[in-house]
Design a protein around this ligand. Structure first.
Ligand code: AMP
Length: 189
């Protein structure tokens, strides 16, 4: 199985590139952000809890996220592989993912780090907020999410380097160009 972690700050293009990877390689896709937004839309208890964190630009507690991830992962049958989009976001989540995959005789194949400069992230997210109306894509919440990214999520870059899974992808350029770089990295696996 091909287990790909697509990584990067909010607005780095994880969702866009995941959709293309899914199409080309026939993988299952787990976007923890999409899972949470669906729960909010359906008015579930989980959705209510998640909303207070999301609206504040904060991360949902690790234990909750890890349970959600495992249950979505286990719902896939005869999977060729999975793309993890927006998970892990903390060291504890990365460790849990490693354990969860190990318990199922698997491992992360690669972590693709989409690197995009901060001013470009801001521009993209504000535009996305105007177009999609996503509640957390407003200037104040975006700033909080970027602070959270730098303090809690970016340390995963070194964690995956140490784990021998890290692959840098230049996230600035055309969508096609970035996708070509991603495919080159996947095809080397
Ligand atoms: P995303 O769509 O990936 O940008 O996620 C939107 C929001 O959902 C984040 O700002 C967090 O509040 C929450 N979220 C998504 N994935 C995670 C995760 N792995 N851990 C904690 N919170 C998450």
């Amino acid at each position: 199985m091909l287990n790909i972690v697509i990584f990067g700050a909010p607005g780095s293009g994880k969702g866009t590139q995941s959709a293309r990877i899914v199409e080309k390689y026939g993988l299952n896709h787990i976007s923890t952000g999409d899972v949470l937004r669906a729960e909010i839309k359906n008015g579930t208890e989980l959705g209510k809890t998640a909303k207070s964190y999301i609206d504040n630009g904060q991360l949902i507690p690790d234990a909750l996220m890890i349970d959600i991830l495992a249950s979505v992962f286990d719902s896939f049958k005869d999977s060729k592989g999975v793309i993890f989009d927006g998970f892990p976001r903390t060291i504890a989540q990365a460790e849990a993912l490693k354990e969860m995959l190990k318990a199922r005789g698997q491992e992360v194949s690669v972590m693709l780090d989409l690197e995009v400069p901060e001013d470009e992230l801001m521009t993209r997210l504000i535009k996305r907020g105007q177009e999609s109306g996503r509640a957390d894509d407003n200037e104040e919440t975006i700033k909080k999410r970027l602070v959270v990214y730098h303090s809690q999520t970016a340390p995963l870059i070194d964690w995956y380097k140490k784990d021998g899974k890290y692959c840098h992808i230049q996230g600035l350029g055309t969508m096609e160009g970035i996708f070509a770089d991603i495919c080159a990295a996947i095809d080397k696996l």
